[in-house]
Structures are given as structure tokens and as C-alpha cells.
Design a protein around this ligand. Structure first.
Ligand SMILES: NC(=O)c1ccc[n+]([C@@H]2O[C@H](COP(=O)([O-])OP(=O)(O)OC[C@H]3O[C@@H](n4cnc5c(N)ncnc54)[C@H](OP(=O)(O)O)[C@@H]3O)[C@@H](O)[C@H]2O)c1
Length: 256
């Protein structure tokens, strides 16, 4: 596999760092020259990572082409390039449907969308993929969990759920703020909550139980977890998530 990246920014950096640390076998990683500083940093990591002189050179030397530029310029960037029928294109750019992408990268026959997240650098990310795609699956299963879906509607739903990252930290911040009110230093609160979350998240990967089963497993009748969960449930705190995600989903779908 010869993997090329058009756009060498935050997400390309995370993927390349993850790939050079992974067991995935690849011949080379070819990077487009922008951003020059990130490209040079990545090339210094591994002899298989090369910086090309142009986006076209990335295509001419690679068979798997990852598109990682911002949505505002993606069409202009791709329309300047000559794809061939052997190219396998994987785009991370939101807002361009598979149908539209097929037209832009013709005659490349194989096209997929993916949503990698920065934790792929540590091979801990979950990456949504549409349509099911053996090459995208082999890359992203080497970097964590690769979740393939069979419709663009489902892909958009997974995209919508990635809007929960900031609120995840906001929940932690509210717990840290509460701890500091009880006299703990912010550093102690943060240190405790960080590893506490890692432990809880790790548990989800060690079992195939549903989240409801995990909740029930933690709730001793009359215990502290049961009390807090019951109080937040009766205040309908969790219902806000579904309602807000409906609005995020509508926005995601409106952009394709
Ligand atoms: N970051 C994430 O967690 C994430 C997750 C999933 C999907 N995505 C999507 O992935 C895409 C890239 O995101 P990002 O966060 O990596 O953005 P980014 O850090 O802004 O990277 C984009 C890169 O594209 C380069 N670029 C600009 N014009 C170019 C051109 N004509 N040809 C080639 N490269 C060019 C930029 O170089 P300069 O710095 O020199 O301008 C920049 O380094 C976006 O569409 C984003 O929505 C991002």
C-alpha cells in the first residue's frame, strides 16, 4: 500500500503518527507540501514518510489517496488534480457526498468517506467509514476501532455524534469545579477525573454489555450511583442529548 495525503494538517499528522507506530504494512506515506512544517516533522519520524513537491506528485506516487483539506477549498484543490482508475480515494472532508466525490475524482473507481479523530495518533480512535471499504478498514482498524456503515444517513449520524466531544469535557469541568468548591486544588481534581474517565472508558472496551447493562451493574440498590442517576434522569438531563443531536444531525445533512 502506498498512502498519499493531500493536506498535511492536524488530522493527517494524527493518522501518520498512528500509522508509523502501528503494525500496518505500507510501502510509503507521501505528503503534500502544505503545511511544510508539519510535513517535515512527519518525514523525520520514519524513512517511509516522504514530502512531495506538489499535490499531483502525491497522486502520481500513491495508490491510496487521503483527502484532508478544509471543506471550503476541497473542490478547487481536487479539480486541479489528475486521478487514475487505480486510485482508491478516502476523504475526511465533511460536506461532500460520495456521489459528488465520485464525479470529482473520476476515473478513480473506489471512493470512501471516513471521520478519523485525533486519538488515532495513539491508536485509540474510533473511525466511521462509509461505504464499507477494505482499504479504509485496514488503515483505521490499525489505529483503533473502524466502524463501517452501509448508508450515508448512518455515516451522517455518526458525524453528528462527534459533536459531543466538547460537552464530554464540559461534564468533567463541572465535576472539577464542584471538587474545587470542596477545597481540592484544580490540579488534583483534574488528575483524579482524567484517569477515572480512562478507567470507565476502558471498561466499555472489555465487555460487550450494553451501556444500560453497565449502568445497572454499577447501581447498587439504594447506593450513591443509583441516587445520582435517578436525580439526573428525573430532571430529564439525558433527554437534552437526543434533542440537541437531532438539531446537529439536521445541520450535518443540510451540508451535503
Ligand atoms: N481535525 C480533526 O479532528 C478532523 C477530524 C475529522 C475530519 N477532519 C476534516 O479533515 C480535514 C482537515 O482537517 P484538519 O483539522 O487537519 O485541518 P488543518 O489542520 O487546517 O489542515 C489542512 C491542511 O491543508 C493544507 N492546505 C491548504 N491548502 C492546500 C492545498 N491547496 N493543497 C494541499 N494542502 C493544502 C493546509 O496547509 P497550510 O497550513 O499551509 O494552510 C493545512 O495544513 C477537514 O476537512 C476537516 O473537517 C478533521
Amino acid at each position: 500500500m502506498r498512502i498519499g495525503f493531500v493536506g498535511t494538517g492536524v488530522i493527517t499528522k494524527a493518522i501518520v503518527v498512528g500509522l508509523v507506530r502501528s503494525n500496518l504494512r505500507f510501502e510509503h506515506i507521501a505528503l503534500s507540501p502544505r503545511n511544510a512544517a508539519i510535513a517535515a516533522e512527519l518525514a523525520a519520524l520514519d524513512a517511509r514518510v516522504k514530502v512531495c513537491t506538489s499535490n499531483q506528485e502525491v497522486l502520481d506516487t500513491s495508490n491510496v489517496i487521503c483527502i484532508a483539506v478544509i471543506p471550503q477549498i476541497v473542490e478547487d484543490v481536487l479539480r486541479e488534480l489528475r486521478f487514475n482508475a487505480e486510485h482508491h480515494v478516502i476523504t475526511f472532508v465533511p460536506g461532500t457526498s460520495i456521489d459528488k466525490l465520485h464525479r470529482i475524482v473520476f476515473p478513480a473507481a473506489r471512493v470512501a468517506r471516513a471521520i478519523p479523530l485525533p486519538a488515532v495518533a495513539d491508536r485509540r480512535g474510533s473511525t466511521a467509514i462509509y461505504p464499507p471499504d477494505d482499504i479504509a478498514r485496514s488503515i483505521f482498524s490499525a489505529l483503533g476501532e473502524a466502524v463501517e456503515v452501509t448508508s450515508e444517513y448512518q455515516f451522517d449520524a455518526l458525524h453528528a455524534v462527534t459533536a459531543t466531544m466538547a460537552t464530554f469535557y464540559a461534564v468533567l469541568e463541572s465535576q472539577a469545579a464542584w471538587l474545587t468548591k470542596q477545597g481540592l486544588s484544580y490540579d488534583a481534581a483534574r488528575a483524579f477525573l482524567s484517569e477515572y474517565c480512562v478507567g470507565l472508558a476502558h471498561e466499555t472496551t472489555r465487555t460487550s454489555q450494553s451501556f444500560t447493562e453497565m449502568i445497572n451493574g454499577l447501581m447498587t440498590p439504594g447506593g450513591l450511583n443509583e441516587q445520582l442517576h435517578a436525580e439526573l434522569s428525573s430532571a430529564r438531563a439525558y433527554d437534552h442529548y437526543g434533542n440537541a443531536l437531532d438539531r446537529i444531525f439536521a445541520r450535518v445533512q443540510g451540508s451535503t
